[in-house]
Design a protein around this ligand. Structure first.
Ligand code: FE2
Length: 189
């Protein structure tokens, strides 16, 4: 889902084909994630997830990922956190950060979610926060045992990911990265 969202809002190389792939990917993934969590042996739901993951991969092969990934990589490197978890931990903060320039795109994606969401970009973000909570994942960097004093080091490390940061719709400098880590450390607003 992060692959689809970041491809759909990428500042560089986004195009009608990557948009089509990203939209269908998010629809499939969002539409079947809860079913797979509650019924892991449902092969129809799992097939939909696999197809969604494949289409999302094709989307970001054409329109590259951005700040969620740039900020997630240091978490994987320092704490051996799985890629999906590190992305989930950074997603809500980055969505809110990008909202001023991505509102129309996020509202478009919100129409693809399986249930109606609350108003505005905030409703879109809260849908993902609720899914993260219901999936039993840590909901903040503090829940995931990331030491608060490490946040400046993580922000400095994220600056190494310029190949990803240049794709982000909002500029992320080191102070913005630190604010995003702090927001993710504190968790759900
Ligand atoms: Fe990824």
């Amino acid at each position: 889902m992060v692959h689809a969202i970041e491809a759909f809002t990428s500042k560089r190389l986004k195009n009608p084909l990557s948009d089509m792939l990203a939209r269908r990917a998010l629809q499939l993934l969002a539409g079947h994630q809860r079913r797979v969590l509650s019924h892991p042996n449902d092969m129809v739901a799992r097939e939909a997830m696999l197809l969604g993951a494949t289409l999302a991969g094709q989307a970001f092969a054409n329109a590259p990922v951005a700040a969620v990934h740039a900020l997630a990589y240091p978490l994987g490197g320092h704490y051996h956190m799985p890629h999906g978890l590190s992305n989930a931990l950074m997603l809500p903060a980055v969505l809110r950060f990008n909202a001023p320039v991505c509102e129309a795109l996020y509202l478009d994606l919100a129409t693809l979610l399986p249930q109606p969401v609350g108003p505005g970009v905030e409703g879109f973000v809260v849908w993902f926060e609720q899914l993260i909570a219901d999936a039993g994942l840590p909901q903040s960097l503090s829940d995931a045992k990331v030491p608060e004093q490490d946040l400046p080091m993580l922000a400095a490390d994220a600056m190494q990911q310029q190949r990803l940061l240049v794709n982000n719709p909002m500029t992320v400098d080191e102070s913005a990265a630190l604010a995003l880590y702090r927001s993710a450390w504190e968790g759900r607003v």
